[in-house]
Design a protein around this ligand. Structure first.
Ligand SMILES: Cc1cc2nc3c(=O)[nH]c(=O)nc-3n(C[C@H](O)[C@H](O)[C@H](O)COP(=O)(O)O)c2cc1C
Length: 225
């Protein structure tokens, strides 16, 4: 199931019909500078960490570091240009995103000294029953055994549990046999609708704003830093 707030379904969120055929297969214009930044900063493991901000029930912001898990491209033939993240279903961010799918990722690349701010809606893949199910499964298989184990830990944010509760392991998976992700394993996909790219190099610095129009076409504008 892909869950979203306000009863929006995924098909409400992404292009359908004529729109889809127009945008199908097209990379958003910010993809190329972002991919370049990832490539040029590839030696820095922490260049794959961004800060994902959400909105709490009381309207206050919530922000935390997350690891970028790659782009989601057309799992269903539609153009997502999505960014993948994983998290625990029991973590606060999931409830926040269920109530309000808007989020912003702020991402700094130290080597090239540039910042991307990607704002959009987040789709939440909770199980294997929908379009994102296979992607959720692949993402589960791609993470380390250690990272997998953390999804069997006691509930995040609750008072610290006994050490033994962290040592319970799932049955080891036999070689060449992939395991199904546990229910608490969630795939988040941020679908940017607005991207702000600031490059500190240069005098003056360089800044571009990308936004998606009502018709789902992308507009690019070079703006003052
Ligand atoms: C370097 C780093 C990477 C992290 N990566 C993730 C991640 O990919 N997913 C995640 O849910 N939490 C990640 N965390 C933990 C979150 O920052 C946060 O503490 C946790 O998810 C609870 O957030 P929440 O209560 O707002 O949901 C990471 C923390 C650090 C310091």
């Amino acid at each position: 199931m892909v869950k979203e707030a306000n009863d929006l379904t995924v098909s409400n969120q992404i292009s359908t019909g004529d729109d889809a055929s127009r945008t199908k297969g097209q990379l958003a214009p910010w993809r190329s500078p972002l991919s370049r930044a990832l490539h040029r900063n590839r030696a820095l493991a922490y260049a794959r960490y961004g800060q994902l901000a959400t909105v709490r029930a009381d309207g206050r912001p919530a922000n935390r570091t997350v690891v970028f898990r790659g782009f989601l491209d057309q799992p269903d033939g539609l153009d997502w240009n999505g960014l993948k993240f994983i998290c625990d279903r029991r973590s606060a961010k999931v409830a926040e995103l269920e109530a309000n799918p808007w989020a912003e990722l702020c991402w700094y690349f130290p080597k090239t000294r540039e910042q991307f701010r990607l704002a959009g809606k987040v789709a939440i893949a909770l199980d294997g029953q929908d379009t994102l199910g296979p992607v959720r499964q692949q993402t589960w298989e791609a993470i380390s055994a250690n990272a997998q184990t953390s999804f069997y830990w006691p509930e995040p944010g609750q008072p610290r549990a006994e050490q033994a509760a962290f040592e319970r392991q799932e049955q080891p998976v036999e070689a060449n046999q992939s395991s199904l992700p546990p229910d608490d394993f969630v795939l988040l996909v941020l679908q940017p609708l607005e991207v702000d790219h600031l490059e500190l190099r240069g005098e003056p610095q360089n800044r571009w704003r990308y936004s998606q129009t009502e018709e789902r076409a992308w507009q690019s504008l070079e703006v003052n830093p």
